[in-house]
Design a protein around this ligand. Structure first.
Ligand SMILES: Cc1cc2nc3c(=O)[nH]c(=O)nc-3n(C[C@H](O)[C@H](O)[C@H](O)COP(=O)(O)OP(=O)(O)OC[C@H]3O[C@@H](n4cnc5c(N)ncnc54)[C@H](O)[C@@H]3O)c2cc1C
Length: 456
């Protein structure tokens, strides 16, 4: 089994930047990512795609090629297409690559596993033709495939980015059904002062909105009562906006109301998590360097709390400096000297976050869906089922597994976990912290017996 100073899970901006900084400091590094190419969510497959669709995806995408190039350092081993399914303490990492399982060992582990889109359970969301907006963007980035008649539903900067990219690709969305309200904007206004320090993000947002408006994409804000209609596939989106009922025919619906940290790996290692009220999700407990409350386990980027790609990059580099200092490759003085500009860049990039979090909160009806809406897609458990379990005395998500198998399917609770915790918390009148989350155990990703048997 090969042994490294630092194993990094995730080749997005956080993982790639951390790898380059760690290698520069003299550490041996192994980066594992299930994707066939480096880049993570934002820079997905950038080395191949930048030349093909860079004009559509924009400069914020193509700049990622600098980071992917940084992985070609003699001290970095990049294992692509490597699905990590177990991390054991002090540290042994098991993964599947090319149909066979293998293991590496490392002194320290950095979890840079990024974000997942927040589940958006609405009536009709399980119909064919409905997917997350991020999935729609993956089709565009990786394959140049675009839905011809799509309605975008939800809220947040990523929804605008995807709409703008569709406009640039010559296939604008049929309409945008947006859930944020004027009240949300008024509530966010008190954070505008801070947001002005991150004015670049506001300017970017304004430019995207200008692109969407000049393409005459209809925007319906403050939408309520949203449902996706259709017999055997999505045929229309129905909703109410500004007191009027609408029905917009389409063949594809892209849902999105923000992203939340992907915490599966951290939870499987026993890292403690707390409820972040501003971002309405669980975040791992980490210090300024990304050190978690489990010795040797670091977390950086969106998996430590949503901050975006630039924050992920600075945070990844800071963690690498900390690990290099712990392993004796850098003095504490040198670590702090190199970290100072990264910390101030990170803080500046975070300045607009409180404004954005309040201006685009999660859609209330998808956080507390009606009884008939399916929550756990793997096991077909509805919101009403979860409320019934609560009425029978079920206090937490782990008990809910025994009541009705919620979270026991192939996704291991990645897509229903947040919904189940929040619905139980509401039903029992408890906080999300008191309600808790699924206990995550390996394998955190599906692994076959054949793959296990191939281990040496
Ligand atoms: C679907 C989606 C699309 C997005 N698109 C954009 C965009 O276009 N522009 C933008 O500004 N922001 C986008 N974001 C937000 C994005 O999360 C951040 O801006 C940025 O990518 C965060 O960087 P990161 O390094 O923290 O994580 P990521 O870039 O998400 O990288 C995490 C990596 O970890 C890998 N990974 C996770 N678990 C495992 C495992 N068990 N085994 C192996 N590998 C694993 C993933 O494959 C991924 O490559 C998107 C988010 C999502 C969820």
């Amino acid at each position: 089994m090969r042994h490294y100073d630092l194993a990094i899970l995730g080749a997005g901006p956080a993982g790639m930047a951390a790898a380059a900084t760690a290698a520069e400091a003299g550490l041996s590094v192994c980066v594992l990512d299930e994707q066939p190419h480096a880049g993570g969510q934002i820079y997905r497959d950038v080395e191949r795609v930048a030349a093909l669709r860079g004009d559509i995806l924009g400069k914020d995408y193509t700049r990622g090629a600098t980071l992917t190039a940084g992985l070609r350092h003699a001290a970095i081993t990049h294992l692509s297409g490597a699905v990590v399914w177990a991390i054991e303490h002090a540290f042994r990492i098991s993964f599947t690559q090319g149909g066979a399982a293998a293991q590496i060992a490392a002194e320290r582990v950095l979890l840079a596993t990024g974000a997942l889109e927040r589940p958006m359970p609405l009536p009709g969301w399980t119909l064919p033709g409905v997917m997350t907006a991020g999935a729609g963007q993956i089709l565009l980035k990786q394959s140049g495939v675009l839905a011809q008649s799509a309605v975008l539903v939800g809220s947040g900067p990523l929804l605008y980015l995807i709409a703008a990219q569709m406009v640039r690709a010559g296939v604008p969305p049929v309409a945008m059904v947006e859930t944020q309200t004027l009240d949300d904007l008024i509530r966010a206004a008190r954070h505008l002062g801070g947001a002005l320090r991150g004015w670049r993000y506001l300017l970017k947002g304004a430019r995207m909105l200008a692109e969407i408006t000049s393409a005459r994409v209809p925007r319906h804000t403050g939408a309520t009562g949203i449902a996706i209609a259709g017999e055997s596939r999505a045929e229309a989106v129905t909703f109410t906006s500004k007191g009027r009922a609408h029905r917009i025919p389409c063949d594809t619906v892209f849902l999105h109301h923000g992203v939340v940290p992907n915490t599966q790996a951290a939870r499987s290692l026993g890292v403690s998590h707390i409820w972040d009220r501003a971002q309405s999700c669980f975040v791992p407990s980490v210090d300024d360097w990304g050190q978690s409350d489990v010795a040797g386990v670091f977390i950086a980027g969106d998996s430590a709390g949503i901050g975006g790609a630039n924050v992920a990059e600075s945070a990844g580099r800071m963690t690498a400096l900390k690990v290099a200092e712990e392993l004796g490759r850098l003095s504490a003085t040198e670590r702090d000297r190199q970290a100072a500009p990264l910390r101030s860049a990170r803080n500046k990039d975070l300045a607009a976050r409180p404004f954005l979090d309040r201006a685009y909160p999660p859609h209330a009806a998808a956080v507390a869906p009606d009884d008939a809406t399916v929550i756990c897609r793997c096991e077909e458990v509805t919101a009403g089922d979860i409320r019934r379990y609560a009425a029978l005395g079920c206090l937490g998500p782990n008990q809910a597994k025994a009541f009705g198998r919620a979270g026991m399917g192939p996704c291991q609770g990645r897509y229903c976990g947040l919904s189940v915790s929040v619905i139980l918390a509401q039903a029992n009148g408890l906080t999300p912290d008191a309600t808790g989350y699924y206990r995550i155990r390996p394998p955190i990703k599906p692994v076959t017996l054949g793959e296990l048997a191939s281990l040496e």
